[in-house]
Design a protein around this ligand. Structure first.
Ligand code: EPZ
Length: 417
């Protein structure tokens, strides 16, 4: 086990290139098994969740290799083996194997997913979608059994806007017979990325990125080459860290449109932002206004960014309110921030954040974005070394974090616990 040490008080300065999106990668990798020939993914992030997925695909018979930021997946020998335990429990996105195996083989047996369990995360909408496509779904001793003699297109209305359910249904419906319509679909950029890959493989998907997605099933899919979109959550975290340290940072290789909600909120606080074609420059200021933030589904302010945003909101001159409308209790970072001197109260699904001076402390990350929040807070502390344990959570979603921050002038390093 390792811990992160952050010596605060250094303004971040320079340019940071942003890697491919984790939440795309963990859907694109399983999507590849729907094809019958080789899929090449470029701009792959170097993350532990991606490594776990490589192993999972290997267990199913795929031949997977990685050279730098490129992954080659030959799915021709994949079979539908039961995966009740082991690596599937290590990450949440293993649930995409349900849709992919169901689409390719008409059956899947998979353990309930693990990953960042910051609160109960049901998968009822995924199951509702599979059943609508004609599958029988049962939960036997903690493993989900999904079987269909024939998958048939259907009209599916999602009761909640869910990224995972939208992608999972899209994966299964791609090889169903007839037309599937997903209503009240999620609109996140990662959904468009998955549809782009599937269409390049020969699928017929229209409307990804809107609330109605139409999928005309096809008999077979073949390999292709695809470049993963930039990670908007990593980019937003560096933007927030730049503001929190009163630095001057350009996040490079990004799609500025994906970051509009974050840009707007930083500007409202008084941060100076300059948008270019594929990069955004963030210039921090000494004084910040307090603001209200609502975490919503895309194109709203992402729930994955609320944790680092709360750390930044401790740096304002007033009282800010952040309400998470996606998850009702994703606040495990708050007791840790309180240890660092933050004055924050939680009421229901809202955090009330009073501007305060942070101090260094020993804190623990209990999930990925809570970890990011503590890194931002550690960087913003005027002096002293913050010790963050639970680094394995941060490694799931931030590649080259220490190297990137060091290049930006931060003093941050890892030590054995
Ligand atoms: C994805 O999770 C992301 N994970 C999460 O990022 C992100 O926080 C979340 O979307 C919301 O944007 C991946 O893409 C791998 P949802 P997902 O289904 O798909 C409820 C990170 O830190 N819901 O969109 O699992 C659910 O409880 C991770 O990178 C149901 O009620 O989230 C939540 O309140 C953490 N029933 C809301 O919908 C369902 O069947 C949105 O969840 C499914 C979801």
């Amino acid at each position: 086990m390792e811990k992160l040490l952050v010596a605060g008080g250094k303004p971040l300065r320079g340019t940071v290139p942003i890697s491919g999106a984790k939440n795309s990668a963990v859907a694109l990798i399983p999507a590849a098994i729907l094809a019958e020939s080789t899929v090449i993914l470029d701009n792959l992030p170097a993350l532990s969740d991606v490594e776990t997925y490589m192993t999972l695909l290997g267990e199913l018979g795929a031949v997977v290799s990685r050279q730098g930021d490129q992954m080659t997946i030959d799915p021709s020998a994949v079979r539908s083996a039961p995966m009740p335990n082991g690596n599937v429990k290590k990450l949440r996105a293993s649930y995409y194997l349900m849709g992919a195996l169901l689409g390719r083989f008409g059956e899947a047996v998979i353990g309930l997913p693990g990953g960042c369990n910051f609160e109960p995360r049901p998968i009822d909408q995924h199951i509702k979608g599979f059943e609508a496509l004609g599958a029988r779904v049962s939960n036997e001793y903690g493993a989900i059994h999904i079987r269909a003699s024939k998958l048939k297109g259907a009209k599916i209305y999602l009761d909640v806007v869910s990224v995972g359910a939208t992608i999972n249904i899209m994966l299964a419906a791609t090889r169903a017979s007839g037309i599937t319509i997903i209503e009240n679909a999620a609109k996140e950029p990662e959904i468009i990325d998955v549809a782009t890959l599937l269409n390049a493989m020969g699928a017929k998907i229209k409307g990804a990125g809107t609330e109605t997605i139409r999928i005309e099933g096809v008999d077979s899919l073949s390999g292709c080459r695809h470049s993963i979109i930039p990670d908007r959550i990593q980019a937003a975290t560096y933007m927030i860290a730049a503001a929190a340290t009163r630095g001057d940072v350009t996040v490079d290789c990004v799609i500025p449109k994906h970051l509009e909600a974050v840009t707007a909120k930083l500007q409202e606080m008084g941060v100076h932002i300059y948008e270019m074609d594929e990069s955004i420059r963030v210039v921090g200021q000494r004084d910040y206004e307090s603001i209200d933030v609502k975490a919503l589904v895309y194109p709203g302010f992402a729930t994955d960014i609320q944790s680092p945003m709360i750390s930044l909101l401790t740096q304002t001159n007033g009282i800010s309110l952040l309400t998470d409308y996606v998850y009702s209790n994703r606040f495990s970072h708050i007791p840790e921030l309180q240890r660092m001197g933050a004055r924050i109260k939680v009421e229901g699904r809202s955090a009330i954040i009073e501007g305060s001076r942070l101090n260094a402390a020993k804190v623990r990350a209990t999930d990925l974005r809570a970890g990011a929040s503590l890194v931002v807070a550690g960087l913003a502390v005027p002096d002293g070394v913050t010790e963050i344990s639970g680094v394995e959570f941060i490694d799931r979603g931030y590649d080259r974090l220490v190297a990137n921050l060091t290049e930006l002038g931060a003093e941050i390093w890892r030590e054995k616990e």
